[in-house]
Design a protein around this ligand. Structure first.
Ligand code: SF4
Length: 61
């Protein structure tokens, strides 16, 4: 996996941060951390994409 980002519409439910805290940080909105180990955590990111209730997590494989 090369890149992950959040589209507009996050409802800050915290699910992605719970699954992959090294990647996602939820404050007033969900952010991808600057130093996120995207390729190492690809499987967890895929899980977060599936679990996001509003489908706003996007990734470039
Ligand atoms: S799982 Fe989706 S809605 Fe929930 S905090 Fe993450 S990006 Fe936002």
């Amino acid at each position: 996996m090369k890149k992950v980002w959040i589209k507009p519409g996050c409802i800050t439910c915290g699910t992605c941060e719970f699954i992959a805290p090294e990647i996602f940080e939820v404050t007033d909105i969900c952010n991808v951390k600057a130093d996120a180990p995207v390729s190492e955590s690809a499987e967890k990111i895929k899980q977060a994409i599936k679990q996001c209730p509003v489908n706003v997590i996007e990734a470039l494989e």
